[in-house]
Design a binder for this molecule. Structure first.
Ligand code: FA5
Length: 348
């Protein structure tokens, strides 16, 4: 049989075979049978080298035509089979819309974040603004500008991680006081701010101490601010965090940046003041440090202490969370154990 007839025969059988193919696997076998390296068409075209110069282009053209036909039949069939497979799947996979859905697990903020947001909400509601501070701070702002000059003995209580001699991981949020005071424009009104964030101390980690913890600083500076204003703000805080019938008491204390300075206790939320293990039988629990802003702090920030004055407070939300939820070891907050953290859901 000459090449011309063989090509026509190939075209014919291919067309019948493609028409009778019902699966992708069969189709692939056919592709190899006709178009593969050792396929029928390839074999015929290889024989072209023995043809005369006149016959070669004629057979070549016919060969190309047959290959194009086979290729297009192949892709048509492929599309048909794919569509049939999809239709079959769609008809089989019926969806029962009445089945209960799978609810994605809803995450929540870390318990300390939740506590901080609760405190932020309270103070925002009382007209305070939230000011961000630097975790990496200058020694000058962390200590000197809050009245803790170099070699001041009170620095020892807050020994920390120095990066250079003059730059450190801040030991408290109080440097934000100095930074806010020096940028605030008092001609536009009083300064009322809180500043939440992380702080660092070279404390040895134990049940109540962590080398990294959180603080929320508060500062109110205006004309005619008194200690009664401080007490009012802190009472609102105690009631919001520990319950409406809580009371607070102020005890004399010492901070270089406030004068007078106080430690603030809240009446025990567990026993109501009668004495129990939470309040160590005293009826009171210490929650923060506070006081009336030291004139020197104002003066160093260019604010006239003869005209302006106010109060500041600094609290540890980690300790507040421990008290509120009866957590006995502060380190639990930092272990990232989901089973522990999932228990706390302050909001909705
Ligand atoms: C201060 O840091 C003052 N800057 C607070 C202040 C601000 C007073 C403004 C007056 C006016 P103190 O070192 O006491 O104070 O720390 C404040 C709170 O941080 C503590 O009451 C405690 O709740 C928390 N705290 C202190 N050290 C740690 C620690 N290692 N781990 C966890 N919480 C701590």
């Amino acid at each position: 049989m000459d090449l011309k007839n063989r090509l026509s025969e190939i075209a014919e059988t291919a067309s019948t075979e493609f028409a009778n193919t019902h699966s992708m696997e069969e189709l692939e076998t056919l592709r190899v049978t006709y178009l593969g390296k050792k396929g029928k068409l390839t074999q015929v075209l290889k024989g072209m080298k023995d043809l005369s110069a006149e016959e070669r282009p004629v057979i070549g053209q016919l060969g190309n035509k047959v290959r194009d036909e086979i290729t297009s039949q192949l892709s048509e069939k492929k599309a048909l089979l794919e569509k049939a497979a999809l239709d079959k799947r769609l008809s089989e996979e019926t969806i029962d819309v009445t089945l209960p859905g799978v609810k994605p697990k809803k995450g929540q903020g870390h318990v300390i974040t939740q506590i901080m947001e609760e405190i932020e909400d309270l103070f925002l509601g009382m007209g305070y603004q939230i000011v961000e501070g630097n975790e990496v701070e200058e020694d000058y702002y962390n200590f000197e500008r809050v009245n803790l000059p170099k070699n001041h003995p009170a620095r020892d209580m807050q020994d920390t991680f120095y990066i250079t001699n003059e730059v450190l991981m801040r030991t408290h949020t109080s440097p934000v006081q100095a930074r806010a005071l020096e940028t605030h424009d008092f001609s536009k009104g009083p300064l009322k701010m809180i500043s939440p964030g992380k702080v660092y101390r070279r404390d040895t980690d134990d049940a109540t101490h962590s080398h990294q913890f959180h603080q929320i600083e508060g500062l109110v500076i205006d004309k005619h601010i008194t200690m009664a204003d401080l007490k009012g703000a802190l009472e609102a805080l105690a009631k919001k965090m520990f319950g409406e019938d809580r009371e607070i008491r102020l005890r004399p204390s010492y901070f270089p940046f406030t004068e007078p300075s106080v430690e603030v206790d809240v009446s025990c939320f567990k026993c109501g003041g009668a004495g129990c293990s939470v309040c160590k039988q005293t009826g009171w629990i210490e929650i923060l440090g506070a006081g009336m802003t030291h004139p020197e702090v104002l003066r160093m920030s260019g604010v006239d202490p003869e005209v302006y004055g106010g109060f500041a407070f600094g609290m540890g939300p980690d300790r507040i969370a421990m008290l509120k939820y009866g957590v006995e070891d502060i380190r639990n907050f930092y272990l990232n154990d989901q089973r522990f953290l999932e228990q706390f859901k302050v909001k909705g």
